[in-house]
Design a protein around this ligand. Sequence first.
Ligand code: PLP
Length: 378
Amino acid sequence: MNLVEALPQAGCDGLAEAVIDLAAIQANVHRFQRVRPGLEVMAVVKADAFGHGMIPVARAVLAAGATWLGVARAEEALQLREAGITAPILVWLYGPDDLELLQDVEVSIAGLAELEQAAAAPNVRSVHLKLDTGMHRGGSSADQWIELTQTAARLESEGRFRVRGLWSHLSHGDEPSGVHNQQQLDIFRAGVVLARRAGLDPEYLHLTNSAGTITLDAPELNLARIGAGLFGIDETGAGLQPAMRLSASLLKVRRIRAGEGVSYGHDYVAERDTTIGLVPLGYADGIPRGVQATVLVRGVRVPIAGRIAMDQFVVDLGDLPATPGDEVVIFGNGSEGEPTAADWAGWAGTIQHEIYCGIGARVPRRYLDPAENTGSPR
Ligand SMILES: *Cc1c(COP(=O)(O)O)cnc(C)c1O
């Protein structure tokens, strides 16, 4: 036998999979398009589309009407272009060496140094100036904004590049009643006035993320940067749908006696004779270690027994008549009684974003084609 051919293909062992419902992602795009007529959606597909798979998600959101893609890193933009995706892309974190690699990609400019670098890179044709309106992370300080916009206007008039957008990022997008959003909007509006006074005429003004797009009323914003919301992370009760369902196949089932301990350190000791099952997913696959969690087997929630290991964990099945090969649902949209990523985030003391982004590369992604999808989660 050819030994190379006999090797299992990475991620094709059938032990676990993340099924991504592209129709759910598309419905989430439509939810944001409905916020305001004429509002364009920039689908933020950074970090492998929050673990959902950047290229298939990018294709699905563009087919659903998103007009822009947003990514954090230059490498991500390059991968999108290599996949043949031609939609406009904005990149906001890059080093000076990245600029010459980026062909036909739009970059964020947050200061004079970046502006000069971009002006020196012949392939940078279009930029978005970023004002810090209160997040205090990236973005031009207010003191530098006038000089930045004036210099950018001069470079634009010299034909160096087009200043296509002005933008900023909210620090409290998910708090509709907070004063922060309104303050940041006011500062952004002042920044836009100053930029126009400097001679700029940007095509796009964008400030809000998913939650802020739902909560902040600002009709002049014509582009919304939507990440979390695409994947059903619903911080504002907007009716978004989770798109990822993580499941594994039960590998082994056995009885243990009362008093026997399970997994490293025997943190779990069976109180009575019980059936335990082995699930082939661990913290290397993004299952948070050290949580008290339940998963769904044969329609019943069963607890994880003992410590989660790198590649596997054990569930206490009680007297459930489970057999190897049974499906174990780690999380989904909750429609079958399974936990959701929001449940896991609560158990792990984190946010859903981190749960989704953490699902490891070893877990194969399988895509439900919107055309074939009948609306059921599987
Ligand atoms: C990640 C990111 C977004 C998306 O925010 P969500 O809350 O996930 O919608 C938007 N803008 C910037 C600059 C980001 O880094």
